[in-house]
Design a binder for this molecule. Sequence first.
Ligand code: PRX
Length: 650
Amino acid sequence: MSDEQHDTIDALSSENRTFAPSDDFKATSLVVDTSLYDEANTNDEAFWARQATELVDWEQEFDTVLDWQLPDAKWFEGGTLNVSYNCLDRHVAAGRGDKVAFHWEGEPGDKRTITYQALLDEVSQFANVLKGLGVKKGDRVNIYLPMIPEAAVAMLACARIGAPHSVVFGGFSSQSLSDRINDAEAKVLITADGGYRRGEVFPLKPAADEACESTPSIEHVVVVRRGGNDVTMVDGRDVWYHELMEGASTDCPAEPMEAEHLLFLLYTSGTTGKPKGIMHTTGGYLTHVTYTHKYVFDLQPETDVFWCTADVGWITGHSYIVYGPLSNGCTQVMYEGVPNYPANDRFWEIVEEYGVTIFYTAPTAIRTFMKWGADEPAKHDLSSLRLIGTVGEPINPEAWMWYHEHIGGGRCPIVDTWWQTETGGIMISPLPGATTTKPGSATFPLPGVSTELVDDDANVVPVGGGYLTLTRPWPGMLRGIWGDPERYQETYWSRFPDRYFAGDGAKLDDDGYLWLLGRVDDVMNVSGHRISTTEVESALVSHPSVAEAAVVGANDPTTGQAVFAYVILRGGADTDEATLRAHVAEEIGAIARPKRVFITPDLPKTRSGKIMRRLLRDVAEGRNIGDTTTLADASIVDELQAKAAESTAD
Ligand code: PRX
């Protein structure tokens, strides 16, 4: 293990508070004992087969549970099913067509209530629209939308006809969008004129237009009218969603797909510059997200109102806004905008208005709420809440306690859920009626999931810090990286024999609780989103004035980590911090905009020329630098420290 990684693995904190589920909560809880764990431990394949049979409707029953040829898994072969059927038709057929699927709220305050019947109709219509545009089973469709119901409609319509979707978060730049479209060779792009954010319309169509200048595979662009901003429609290529929908039939039977049919691609950052198109397939993914949504959130589908605050552009939105909750037939809230428009209590106003019972958000949001103060949630009646959850990054014990007290009213269990784009669904989490929680610990792998910590030599670490690995395949696991099977094997299955390596460090305490300690690779976690240092470095170097760049994630009280960049300019070139920050936002998207960019004559490197990121991180976090004896030119560190001490940018 390198020095840098030791830093990540050393866990010095200890947390002794425990929270057992209350008798009140247990009284209605789906799981209050170890029975599911016992069942899964006896035979995990039989356990998953039972979940697949009980929770999912199959057109044709599967005949094999798992075919595992490391690193390739095939789950539920022989089975056929349709994901959109499972999310919509089966609920309508069971007489629940009038049940609300989404209470949608736009940022300006406009509302839509969409029942399961209405959603089925709109999805069927849009599936017919896609067919009319020439989209066939297997064709990829790109989606670049704000948080509007049409995002879910588009995804489900794709699933209905077997066209894998690739959703790109609306905050990404045109460059990121075109890279992803080209990698997937998508045929159709679905976007909007714009959406609302912080009280203003942010335009999406111009970015889509710019992207499409270099995406030869795109034949049509479907545009949803949302922002009302002016857009240019390209003749023969661009079509309005509402015009196409007007004449479309609501009759579009869901086509059964093979269990391993590609359901979607979702691009995520890795340690190299090129984003990875993570592949998820039909039967295993649906089983995994339906199962985890039901048991982790202890779902009572008749009465619960579930609100996951993620954007559909991330895996959390895929699995816990679209597929898991709809497959379980529950009622949800979907919100378009930011938490502080028009005021800092917008989320709590929404919780009160719709009587949200289960609330799922990110630690970065919780830290922001803490900053805004407990008075904001106190303005509202949050007594409808019965369970709250977190995802995306480790939650600090103090943020956990604040969440527990000020949002959960001291009565709601907290589910701290660890998982990844690659895992498809939740892997490590309490079961809220059965698990005694500790603030900051994601506790234990779920029934059916097997984890182990290992050291550098792949020895199992029973207590203490190590690398988090998964020792058994699971139904929601990624099936590969689009177009790059070697990278799939190399990234996840080669570091430790016979194990999936997640890229995270973790610690096991004396009671066997897992504590996630963050990434051990060069991937930053900013507001719960993975951003690769290499990608930001490439963006910086793409600026004509920049010769070399080094990027690190440094601790940040609100966003978890913040992007810090150090750049060397080309001879004779001149630029400034603001320009380079804006350049990164333009190249990748605002989420990757560095908090600080330091222009420096040199970078700290080892004698072999490797940039010493640990030192840069120390500088960024304001720590004194210890041993610099391996450094090629130690004086550069003094210079960087002096710069860091200067004024801050934000
Ligand atoms: O480092 C872990 C962190 O987020 C990474 C996965 O990021 P992404 O694929 O973008 O998916 C985020 C939403 C599932 C993980 O490798 N992470 C996620 N959840 C937690 C977490 N770290 C600690 N605790 C969590 N609950």
